[in-house]
Design a protein around this ligand. Sequence first.
Ligand SMILES: [Cu+2]
Length: 200
Amino acid sequence: MHIHRFEKVWLALALVFILGLISSIVYGAVGPGIEMIDAEGGTVDPQNLDDTAFADPGVEKVGEDEYEVHVVAKQFSFDPGSPANGVIRVPANSNVTFYVTSKDVVHGFEVVGTNLNTMAIPGQVSKMTVQFGDASTYGIVCNEYCGAAHHAMEGRIVVVPESEYGGPGETNASSGNQTTTNASALAAPSPSNALVEVAA
Ligand SMILES: [Cu+2]
């Protein structure tokens, strides 16, 4: 069978185009370290968070330069994270494992300008370990439409110099001192697009 030269060129171009599309999808799925929320974080009863590690969400020191942060996303704030609940404060150069869940509807937990980004799903716990470098302030936004005040659902992670870090208690909204402690950092968040590295 004779195939015209132009026909062959056209077939080849179409093939290159298809392969290009497939590779871009494969790269998008595995290249930037994107993973499905898996069973590692476990599950919780979203109606009964009081019986879980999310009963008193916040920052916890679990080792030398190792911290755990439990975050409950709810309409329309992060606890902790949103200023009203106390922003998240961790020291510079620390490894931080986040456990994020939702108590009502699906929310997003995206740390702006970094690769720390997950869905917060009722009943499901998202677990992510990241490494924070120098002192900085990061914004947290909800990137899943969750209701009327979705646009106002935001928070902060303040990475403070190790010498100024007073311990996990600072993030506790009820401690009363964190609002003033964070006021200057919130007023002038340092511009940051430094990537958070996935440590594990
Ligand atoms: Cu939202």
